[in-house]
Design a protein around this ligand. Structure first.
Ligand code: ADP
Ligand code: ZN
Length: 740
């Protein structure tokens, strides 16, 4: 078992004798580390402990030596050291730095690292379920689903409730199977090590170009120490295959590896791939994982019983025993930025953690973020490039469809040229993808009698029609209302009209245009569960659809072998608006989605509908001149004094009372001294572009500083001067990605 790899605790227990003053960080919202005396039997830095706080007992972590700022005779004793793996020095240092970088209170950062249920419970046995040998006499749909879930991954451990939930059946269905002997219930230790991965198993035979890159990455990994590699390669060029070589080297060295994926829907395929490569499945960490598995993952990562974790951004805060490699796949993806609670960018935090862990980072992407591209240009990151797909697989041929020259009917979004190309693919028995990055039926619902657009009652946004649900929905707060018959404003009936296309409307058009084709619509809100979405994706990959109609969900990493044509319905969509990253995002998204075409032997083609075929971004997409695009983008950012050449921080104020929010903004503007002292510029306060979300009014400020200025310290000092009364909230967003 992998647990044998590590038989030593990072710090021997009891190194601090009873009575010694130590600093304890709790998860309570206090802005300081508190002094306590070590308990009977002593304690060690990193130990999870329980301490008295006022009349309560709260959990905390021994953070280091005491501060000595509290009268010695009043110091209280730690109640007890909890029976859980300690947080190592590396993780504690990372949490401290991450908190400082994101201007987040330490306790909030610590909470990210302790986000596993029942951590402090004593080890125990519990009932788990696994597949039995008997086939039940009576088979029903629900019974079959339970067995399928168990067969899908024999290593996963389920409790009764978890198995029922995963299979979407009632507990009595599972109990029936237990009675029939088809499912076996047995007692097991709660936290078992994961099955051992074997890095010496052979991978695919690499092409010369792949082997070259893999060799250097293996060497860097074997050398130990920190380093970041930007692994850039067109979609399908074998980036995953190559970084699995770095993972293999990491595991061979006896260290642990973490692979971050931007989307839970991608984990299924990835786990299978790891199993093919290393003979077993790795640990999983994301919101779709059961509580039992989360706890197991946390503990095993700490104890060395997990060699590889595949997860979402929050996996960065797991207590790895000896982390040697972090892969950030699709590193440009916007979902790496956590946009609520603690605001952090997992890509940047991965690099930070790797510094402390003396680990390697691999940032993989076909279309890296401008930040990473610049870091590679300046030599901060190594750069590796895979410029071709292996074997006979060609990059898709890219062409624009000039929409000004197409004969379009009202309410039509598929041009005659695109329709013709789709027909041609269908005739060959191949798949076509129609891509539109807009959920719902139509972005705007307007009354033709009075011109009213239906808005959200809680937010300053328009409601989006979801015809599938027969409701209007707010994409900010999730509020829905039934589709109104009469205009909510003027009361006239039968005049509510959908304006503009959404994915559901496009699906309707495709149904009318290609009535004989089998269609699959891929949009995050059309699937009730992660499992349903996974199944839909697997069905498409198996060829059970002819036309795929999808949002950006399909742009991310899926492999559809029969797909040979991608039609981008509106390439201009992302170019509107004044967002700093509009060009970069459009370029990434359209190149990514186009890359879905022709991933096996059949050649692929991407057709891009645009009203501005001469636009520089569209031209860069078509020509594939990526270096040219990034160089031009970088020059523009530099000329405009924008990131990554300067540093931004967004300040978002919100509250239910609009004047209080604006008063707070004015108070901050008046107290800008600390910003002036580091030569930073302050923009705002101004009403946010979305001035109200969930009934809270919003005001934004933006700070811009030179890269070398001590921005975080100045921000902390600056905002520390104001107090937040009532329900006012202040959030600091370092390196903001969104400005709404
Ligand atoms: P990327 O991560 O760059 O999109 P992948 O590593 O997923 O690329 O590879 C794309 C497809 O090509 C996968 O199905 C993979 O198994 C296959 N592939 C990659 N390299 C090779 C190779 N050297 N020999 C055979 N197949 C390969
Ligand atoms: Zn809303």
């Amino acid at each position: 078992m992998a647990a044998d790899l590590f038989d030593r605790k990072p710090e021997a227990p009891g190194t601090v004798p009873e009575g010694t003053v130590v600093g304890v960080l709790t998860t309570q919202p206090l802005d300081r580390i508190l002094d306590y005396r070590a308990p009977e039997g002593g304690c060690a830095p990193g130990d999870l402990v329980e301490v008295p706080l006022g009349p309560r007992k709260v959990p905390g972590v021994v953070w280091g030596a005491g501060q000595g700022d509290y009268p010695a005779d009043k110091l209280r004793k730690i109640f007890r050291v909890l029976d859980a793996p300690p947080l190592g020095a590396e993780l504690r240092a990372f949490i401290t730095r991450a908190a400082a970088y994101t201007v987040t209170p330490l306790p909030a950062m610590l909470r990210l690292a302790l986000r596993a249920p029942g951590l402090t419970d004593p080890p125990a046995m519990r009932k788990i379920l696994r597949l039995g040998a008997t086939v039940p006499a009576r088979m029903t749909d629900t019974r079959a689903r339970v067995l399928e879930v168990l067969e899908a991954d024999p290593y996963r451990l389920f409790t009764l409730g978890e198995l029922a939930a995963e299979a979407e059946v009632t507990a009595s269905v599972v109990k029936g199977l237990v009675k029939a002997g088809a499912v076996i219930e047995e007692a097991a230790p709660r936290d078992l090590p994961y099955p051992t991965l074997d890095p010496s198993l052979p991978g695919l035979e690499l092409t010369a170009a792949q082997a070259d890159v893999a060799e250097r990455m293996r060497a860097a990994q074997a050398a130990g120490g920190y380093g970041t590699t930007l692994l850039k390669g067109v979609t399908g060029s074998g980036k995953t295959e190559v970084y699995l070589e770095a993972v293999a080297q990491c595991l061979t060295s006896g260290r642990q590896a973490l692979v971050l994926l931007p989307e839970i829907a991608l984990t299924g395929a990835f786990l299978t791939r790891v199993e093919q490569r290393f003979g077993a499945r790795p640990a999983e960490w994301h919101s779709g994982v059961t509580m039992t598995e989360r706890r197991r993952c946390w503990k095993m990562v700490a104890e060395g019983g997990a060699q590889l974790v595949v997860g979402a951004r929050s996996a960065l805060f797991l207590p790895f025993r000896d982390l040697g490699l972090i892969v950030v796949d699709e590193e440009h993806d916007g979902s790496y930025k956590q946009e609520d609670g603690v605001l952090y960018n997992a890509r940047d935090m991965a690099v930070l953690r790797a510094h402390f862990a003396h680990a390697q980072v691999v940032l993989a992407s076909a279309t890296p973020s401008l930040e990473s591209w610049v870091n590679a240009e300046t030599g901060k990151y190594r750069r590796e490039t895979l410029s071709a797909r292996p074997g006979a697989v060609q990059m898709p041929q890219m062409e624009a469809i000039d929409m000004r020259a197409e004969a379009m009917g009202a309410g039509q979004w598929i041009s005659p040229s695109l329709a013709q190309a789709v027909e041609a693919r269908l005739a060959e028995g191949e798949q076509a993808l129609l891509f539109l990055n807009r959920r719902g039926f139509a972005p705007v619902t307007v009354c033709r009698a009075c011109g009213n657009q239906v808005g959200c009652p809680n937010c300053d946004t328009r409601m989006v029609e979801h015809r599938f649900l027969k409701r209007l929905m707010c994409h900010q707060c999730g509020e829905t209302i039934p589709m109104p018959e009469a205009c909510p404003s003027c009361g006239v009936e039968g005049k509510m009209t959908a304006v503009g296309p959404g994915i559901e409307r496009l699906a309707e058009e495709a149904a009318a245009r290609f009535p004989d084709a089998r269609r699959a619509v891929l949009s995050s809100d059309l699937y009730g569960s992660a499992r349903a979405l996974r199944e839909a994706i697997a069905e498409i990959a198996a060829g059970e659809a002819d036309i795929i109609i999808g949002t950006q969900l399909v742009a991310k990493g899926h492999n559809f072998p029969l797909l040979t044509l991608v039609g981008v319905i509106d390439a201009d969509l992302g170019l509107q608006g004044s967002d700093l990253r509009a060009a970069e995002r459009t370029f990434q998204l359209v190149r990514q989605v186009a890359g879905r075409a022709g991933r096996s032997e059949r050649a692929g083609r991407a057709l891009i509908q645009t009203h501005q075929p001469a636009h520089p971004v569209i031209q860069a997409i078509l020509s594939g001149d990526e270096e040219g695009f990034w160089a031009a983008e970088a020059r523009e950012r530099q000329a405009a004094h924008m990131p990554p050449y300067t540093r931004l921080a967004g300040i978002i104020l919100s509250g239910s009372d609009v004047s209080q929010v604006f008063d707070l903004g004015a108070a901050l503007a008046n107290a800008r001294g600390p910003l002036d002292r580091i030569g930073a510029q302050l923009f705002g306060p101004a009403a946010a572009p979305i001035a109200r979300i969930r009934g809270r009014h919003r005001v934004r400020l933006l700070v811009r500083a030179e890269r070398t200025a001590p921005l975080q310290a100045a921000l902390a000092q600056w905002v520390g001067q104001v107090s937040l009364r009532g329900d006012l909230r202040l959030a600091i967003d370092i390196d903001p990605q969104n400005f709404f």
